[in-house]
Design a protein around this ligand. Structure first.
Ligand SMILES: Cc1ncc(COP(=O)(O)O)c(C=O)c1O
Length: 386
């Protein structure tokens, strides 16, 4: 079966935040490649499931059933060799709200929480907005690749109660190796630090790399970890507000559920349940084709930049659909760069500095769009920066 990732779908006036430049002070004619949702239609199996749910016509209070749990369990077993148990699962309206809840459960106000920047910026907000102390371990960027300075990491972990891991890592595109995860896990264990592992990009891994579920590597890691997953990135379902959070430690799980209830949250949405079950039961081929397509988009970006705009470099992604562009050789300040990208190249990207200090001089481009759109974006860059 060949799925269609080439058709450009008009998303204006569909409640899409990505396609509403005016609401965020951007010019009307920018090409939006910022927020991390895809310009592809969800797989046919998901659309069919939502259609049949809509046709049923009743949208009452809902909860995961046996079929739902079996579909979720099979996805993780087949793709990541991770055997999840039904009791471990709490369905929430998203990963970010689960992050906020988990931060409140695993720490007290004033406690230190380690993140590794540049990183998905709600990690920073989840720490600051809950009155915890943000401890930043900067990733090391050298010869076009990011890595962890483990000595510096350990120094930060010593002062912390919690570490928020991003794997695969948005925006730098690293898929942490087994060895790196083991080292991070051992250091956290040594200092009694708990872990939130955000694995929302788990299904976007390019050939030659492998995603390891952190909690699956060692029973002791599982015991200190809240694992955040969602079908929303993989199948483009962010607007359905649905995430699967796994906690095998019974005490932590009970605390997490109590805090979840304290937010006034209870049952998950019916459409998210239907979509997730369908996606995990029948969407594997679609994902495999999608990841190949995205790898093609990334190669195009790499080659085009190398040939035409060598001052902008793609940090070779191991995973995620986010192209992390090193624009530092252009010699522009963060605001000059943003201005040139938005108002001259007419591209709406994510300014690297929002991901932390180490993101200055970078731009994040969402490459999950038809190839013709990637071409268009690259031509706009060429016109401005050559
Ligand atoms: C690492 C990471 N976590 C979480 C999210 C968002 O999750 P949700 O929409 O379920 O809150 C994103 C979206 O870009 C992300 O990149």
């Amino acid at each position: 079966m060949h799925y269609d990732f080439d058709t450009v779908i008009d998303r204006r006036n569909t409640y899409s935040i990505k396609y509403d430049p005016a609401s965020r002070g951007k010019p009307d004619d920018v090409l939006p490649l910022w927020v991390a949702d895809m310009d592809f239609s969800a797989p046919p199996c998901v659309i069919d499931a939502l259609r049949s749910r809509a046709q049923h016509g009743i949208f009452g209070y809902s909860e995961p059933d046996t079929d739902y749990c079996a579909a979720v369990r099979d996805w993780f077993r087949k793709r990541f060799e991770w055997n999840v148990e039904r009791e471990w699962l709490t369905v929430t309206p998203g990963v970010v709200n689960a992050l906020y809840i988990a931060v409140r459960v695993l720490t007290k106000p004033g406690d230190g929480v380690v993140v590794q920047q540049p990183v998905y910026y709600p990690f920073n907000s989840a720490v600051r907005h809950t009155g915890r102390q943000l401890l930043v371990n900067e990733l090391v960027y050298s010869t076009g690749r990011y890595s962890i300075d483990f000595e510096a990491f350990e120094n930060k972990i010593k002062q912390a109660k919690l570490f928020i891991l991003c794997n695969p890592h948005n925006p730098v595109g690293r898929v942490w190796t087994r060895d790196e995860l083991m080292r991070m896990g051992e250091i956290c264990l040594r200092y009694g630090v708990t872990v939130i592992s955000d694995e929302i990009h788990q299904d976007f891994v390019f050939s030659g790399n492998r995603h390891f579920v952190f909690a699956s590597l060692d029973e002791r890691f599982a015991n200190i970890t809240v694992t955040c997953t969602s079908p929303s990135k993989t199948f483009n379902l962010a607007g359905l507000l649905h995430a699967n959070i796994f906690i095998s430690n019974e005490t932590l799980r009970a605390q997490f559920r109590q805090e979840y209830a304290n937010c006034g949250l209870s049952q998950p949405g019916i459409m998210g349940l239907a979509a997730c079950e369908a996606a995990y039961s029948g969407g594997a081929d679609w994902v495999d084709e999608l990841v190949n397509y995205l790898a093609g988009n990334m190669s195009l970006i790499h080659e085009f930049l190398q040939t035409n705009i060598p001052k902008i470099k793609l940090v070779e992604p191991e995973g995620t659909y986010l192209a992390w562009l090193d624009c530092s050789s252009l010699g522009l300040s963060a605001s000059e760069l943003d201005n040139a990208i938005t108002h001259k190249a007419k591209l709406w990207l994510s300014n690297g500095s929002i991901f932390g200090k180490g993101g200055e001089g970078f731009q994040r481009m969402n490459a999950a769009c038809p190839r013709s759109v990637v071409h268009n974006a690259l031509e706009r860059l060429k016109k401005e920066f050559v």
